[in-house]
Design a protein. Structure first.
Length: 444
């Protein structure tokens, strides 16, 4: 066996061992304490042992040295916490290990062959969760919708059914069944669930308007968050705790009903209540038009920095990414700088609601779809390049059903067409996950 083949064999063995040891633990949404600590130790010693015996030991050692500090701290953090304090530890560790493995394989010019190459397999190898916003009515009504969703995605977000109005339409009367259907589907199909959303100024029940004085609203907010997060404790991996609380021009907080009644402290309160109801859940702030460095994302950056320094349990930020193609390329450096500054605070970042409208484009259909593909690919490539950008969610997946049609007029913003055929955008996303790197797709 030549050098290259021997190295490839070691890479393959390494991948198999890391996967076998680490993945079963990390795949659990509530981490299994000491077990993860033991796994971390095992993987760490495996890495060093493997470094010592590799054919290209010097190259490998160089790679590992670069990564050593981060790897050690990722595992130590988990171990020091006596296991996995929150899902954020699992996300950080898993993302790190997946990227490490991919980088090592790439550094050796090796390749990993995948026999199933749907988005969920490819994204998993890239260390990124890939999800879609789903509607339980469509899961029940259309087999093709359900089959495509579970085949392609390893995460889901309920598009509407966990919002305050739909899920608690009358005080204390809960309509859990539609959301339960999605959570059950996710459990059966090995998909992570991101809950959406606990506190938002839209899709509220009418009775909200009659909750005065402020103490009354405050107690309803407490009951809402505690009951909802408690109901899904251990089954919902992450929550968009507060949604779209910042003014469009970034000048301050949006004067919502919550802000006007409760003052700015309602945001910290919401995170604390969610954390108390499920201490493992990954807790996120989610907003739109804050994807790039601009006045709104500057404000959000300052806000989460303050929340962190006040000890508020916030773990990440969701950047929605509802974009309309207009002939301009994606400003990748600005997107990367924005994501990185949040990651540098110790947060994780996810692209939370991506769609790419093409209704404003001129030209023939092929060129419109090509531009859409490029935008998807460019955004995912940035996420892929930053350890800490852990998940991407599309706001739907088939052009047959998108909020954009009813809000802005007919469009084709998603990865699959009306007949559930993959569009060029789908292949752009897949290529970005592959990162034209060490993975080969064996499937047709
Ligand atoms: O369920 C009722 C139905 O019973 C009724 O007959 C029908 C009549 O219009 O309305 C149905 O509810 C609609 C619901 O979508 C489900 O289809 C609401 O009117 C409609 O307003 C609602 O729109 C949702 C919108 O949020 C509400 O603001 C969209 O589907 C959903 O995609 C959109 O998602 C938001 C994210 O939550 C936050 N970020 C922006 C994103 C896009 O606006």
């Amino acid at each position: 066996m030549g050098d290259a083949a021997a190295t490839q064999a070691r890479v393959d063995a390494f991948l198999a061992e890391v996967t076998a040891r680490l993945r079963p633990t990390l795949d659990k949404s509530a981490c299994a304490g000491a077990k993860l600590g033991a796994t971390g130790t095992a993987v760490r010693s495996l890495l060093w042992k493997w470094a010592g015996s590799a054919t290209h030991a010097s190259q490998l050692t160089a790679q590992l040295t670069i990564r050593r500090k981060a790897l050690t701290s990722a595992f130590s953090k988990v171990e020091d916490a006596g296991g996995c304090a929150t899902n954020v530890d699992a996300v950080r560790t898993q993302v790190f290990v997946d990227r490490l493995v991919a980088d090592i394989v790439a550094a050796f010019g090796g390749s990993v062959a995948l026999s199933a190459c749907e988005l969920r397999q490819v994204a998993q190898v890239a260390g990124i969760a890939v999800g879609a916003a789903l509607a339980p009515t469509l899961i029940a009504a259309e087999p093709l919708y359900a089959d495509t969703a579970v085949r392609e995605f390893n995460a889901l977000t309920p598009e509407n059914v966990m919002k305050w109005g739909p899920i608690e339409p009358t005080p204390g009367v809960w309509n859990f069944a539609p959301a339960d259907a999605l959570v059950d589907l996710a459990a059966a199909q090995g998909m992570q669930v991101k809950g959406h959303t606990l506190v938002w100024h839209s899709q509220l029940p009418n009775y909200i308007n009659f909750l005065t004085p402020p103490a009354m609203l405050r107690s309803f907010m407490e009951e809402h968050i505690s009951t909802l997060v408690g109901h899904y404790r251990g089954r919902v991996f992450a929550w968009d705790v507060v949604n779209e609380a910042v003014a469009d021009d970034g000048s301050g907080l949006r004067p919502t009903y919550f802000f006007n009644q409760l003052g700015p402290g309602y945001i910290a309160d919401a995170f604390r209540l969610a954390h108390a109801a499920d201490p493992h859940a990954l807790l996120l702030y989610n907003d739109y038009n804050a994807e790039f460095v601009n006045s709104k994302s500057d404000y959000i950056y300052g806000m989460v920095q303050q929340l962190l320094s006040d000890g508020v349990p916030i773990h990440g930020v969701g950047l929605q990414m509802h974009v309309t193609a207009n002939g301009s390329p994606v400003n990748q450096p600005s997107l990367a700088a924005n994501i990185q500054r949040f990651v540098n605070l110790g947060l994780v970042v996810n692209i939370s609601e991506m769609d790419v409208g093409i209704r404003a484009l001129m030209g023939d259909q092929a060129s419109k779809l090509a531009e859409q593909r490029q935008i998807y690919q460019d955004v995912i490539a940035v996420c892929r390049s930053i350890v800490g950008c852990h998940a991407v969610t599309f706001w739907g997946f088939t052009d047959k059903y998108s909020w954009i049609d009813s809000t802005f007029g007919p469009d084709e913003p998603l990865l699959f067409d009306d007949a559930y055929n993959a569009k060029p955008a789908y292949f752009g996303v897949r290529e970005a996950f592959f990162n034209s790197g060490p993975f080969i797709c064996l499937a047709p």
